[in-house]
Write a protein that binds this ligand. Structure first.
Ligand SMILES: [Ca+2]
Length: 350
């Protein structure tokens, strides 16, 4: 997701700061009456096998995608996730190379990378962090056009996985997932896209929408895709709405960590935050990756129901105990989730 960029000291920044302080105070009072949370990365041990996962990102307009991808590699190094591939929903020519840089930095330069082959919403690189960072780090893909067609990449990797075993997490537009659902049977699978997803996918996690109603960047950019996916997706969907990530600010400890001198993750945040003139960035995309791998229960509540998506890009929620969708609300204070995310983002390569 991409946030607004008000000038420091502006009314909106001050209002946001006041609201953040209020929320922090509220949660600190609440937290004082609870047992210490199992929040820091270092205090948590994996309790189950790795989650097989595909990340679908619009990497470029914001830097939280970089943090989310770094987190996913950290969770893979900890044995909590097994990354099957990374897709860009953004056909911008810097998107796939940026993914390749982060994958290569974490020793996974051979992971499949997909991108939309026809159409898609091309988003410019706000602040130009990827043009500035990507050329200085090892990678193989020079242009997003050199990546595999995302539909082919999805079909190939899903066909090879056990039934109901794959978690998909999208932190950008739903373009690739719409195309996947509509894909016909082929040499990779005798199943059409929707049937293939129903057979192989366990859950879809979406950073998108605002709950219980509103309009959010990721779903708004390709509303046709958002409507198609939200209405037709054949597995449960868990949404992390904009109201979640906007309260979790990360990046400041990452940028201060001098032990990560050669990290493209740190460089991307350093570059972006300097241009944004802010000490940290909301963690829209990282919250989605966190719950996709670890589940929501340690950090968030999940409200059951059904999300309705409209062609003007807004969404609306209908509560229902047996609905196919859920959205996150805070169970733990945002500051605790911030510490978990920030620690994972500072994870060095093995
Ligand atoms: Ca994103």
């Amino acid at each position: 997701m991409v946030g607004y960029h008000p000038k420091p000291g502006s009314r909106s920044v001050k209002l946001r700061s006041l609201s953040v302080c209020f929320v922090a105070l509220l949660f600190s009072c609440e937290a004082a009456n609870k047992p210490p949370a199992q929040a820091r990365e270092t205090a948590r041990e994996p309790v189950r096998g790795p989650v097989s996962i595909v990340l679908d990102t619009d990497i470029g307009p914001d830097v939280d995608d970089v943090g989310a991808l770094a987190m996913l590699h950290a969770l893979a190094d900890r044995g909590e996730a097994r990354i099957l591939g990374v897709m860009s929903s953004n056909p911008n020519q810097w998107a796939a190379p940026a993914i390749d840089v982060v994958n290569t930095y974490f020793g996974r330069g051979d992971l499949p990378i997909g991108a939309p082959r026809n159409g898609g919403v091309v988003i410019a690189n706000a602040y130009g962090w990827n043009e500035a960072i990507v050329p200085h780090y090892p990678h193989n893909l020079d242009r997003t056009d050199d990546a595999t067609d995302a539909v082919v990449a999805y079909r190939k990797l899903l066909a090879a996985q056990p039934d109901r075993s794959v978690t998909l997490v999208t932190i950008g537009f739903l373009t690739n997932l719409k195309n996947l659902l509509a894909s016909p049977q082929d040499a990779l699978s005798s199943l059409g896209g929707k049937q293939l997803v129903a057979k192989k996918v366990k859950q879809l996690v979406v950073m998108g929408g605002k709950y219980p109603r509103g309009k959010e960047f990721n779903l708004e950019q390709d509303p046709e895709a958002a409507v198609a996916v939200v209405e037709n997706w054949p597995t449960p969907i868990l949404f992390s709405g904009s109201e979640v990530g906007e309260k979790v600010f990360t990046g400041s400890a990452l940028v201060r960590d001098s032990t990560l001198a050669n990290s493209p993750v740190r460089e991307a945040f350093r570059f972006y935050l300097a241009k944004d003139q802010q000490p940290a960035r909301p963690s829209w995309d990282q919250t989605a990756v966190l719950v996709a791998v670890r589940g929501h229960a340690d950090y968030f509540n999940a409200v059951a129901g059904q999300c309705r998506m409209y062609r003007d890009g807004h969404n609306e929620w209908t509560p229902s105990p047996n609905g196919p969708h859920r959205y996150l609300t805070f169970k733990r204070p945002p500051a605790e989730i911030q510490a978990v995310v920030e620690d994972l983002m500072r994870h060095p390569p093995k």
